[in-house]
Design a binder for this molecule. Structure first.
Ligand code: AMP
Length: 215
């Protein structure tokens, strides 16, 4: 099963992708997580991507192309995968189509999550992320000596540099101008499922699973 989870930053792609990957027994591939890990480890990729990621821009397609091919050919993707954060440009969509056809995969499922920009700005501005396991909480739930209820790390929650309001607005602009048109590219190249991403997490998950059964 090959799934693309699509939508603006902060719409809940990462949250839903993590849940669906466990429920469906497939790999969760987040290009944002791969880039953040590379930045943390100061690898060549991380050095190239750092400034772009932290300012809310897009890492060049040539860099993303090499990265995604390596990941999708990896053993852990052989039972299927859910792609979170890729493709973000038409060029990346072409690259993905080529890889899927080389691997003899059929049409992917594209899950599109929607929410208004105001909801996104408020969500991203108020979120904290566990630097160890990537779990997300709302900053009002955070207290001193908070330990992550998923990986149990102490004081591990941070605000992502790109969750600053000005950067959020830039990420949304990039989404509307460059990434949103990718949805049209898939109108005949994927099985499309559209979901209201403004709802509660569990409700969104069951909506997705329900629609996957019927489509
Ligand atoms: P995300 O965690 O998906 O919101 O991604 C965080 C940041 O990583 C983005 O704002 C981009 O700077 C970069 N990034 C992630 N995926 C891609 C991609 N497919 N193409 C270009 N840049 C990406």
């Amino acid at each position: 099963m090959q799934i693309i989870i699509f939508g603006s930053p902060g719409v809940g792609k990462g949250t839903q992708a993590k849940i669906l990957a466990v429920k469906l027994g497939i790999a969760h591939i987040s290009t944002g997580d791969i880039l953040r890990e590379a930045i943390k480890k100061e690898t060549d990729l991380g050095k190239k991507a750092k400034e772009i990621v932290e300012s809310g821009g897009l890492v060049p397609d040539e860099i993303m192309a090499g990265m995604i091919k390596d990941v999708l050919l990896d053993e852990r993707c052989k039972n299927g995968f859910i792609l979170d954060g890729f493709p973000r440009t038409i060029q990346q969509a072409h690259i993905l189509t080529k890889i899927l056809s080389e691997l003899n995969y059929g049409k992917p499922i594209l899950i599109k999550l929607d929410a208004k920009d105001e909801i996104i700005i408020s969500r991203l501005g108020n979120r904290l992320v566990c630097s160890k396991c990537g779990n997300i909480i709302v900053n009002t739930d955070y207290t001193e000596n908070y330990s992550c209820h998923i990986c149990k790390s102490l004081n591990s929650y941070i605000k992502r540099k790109d969750d600053d309001e000005e950067v959020i607005r830039r990420r949304l602009k990039v989404y509307h101008e460059t990434t949103a048109p990718v949805f049209d590219y898939y109108h005949d190249k994927a099985i499309i499922i559209e979901i209201d991403g403004a709802q509660e997490i569990d409700y969104v998950t069951s909506n997705i699973l329900e629609k996957m059964k019927t489509d």
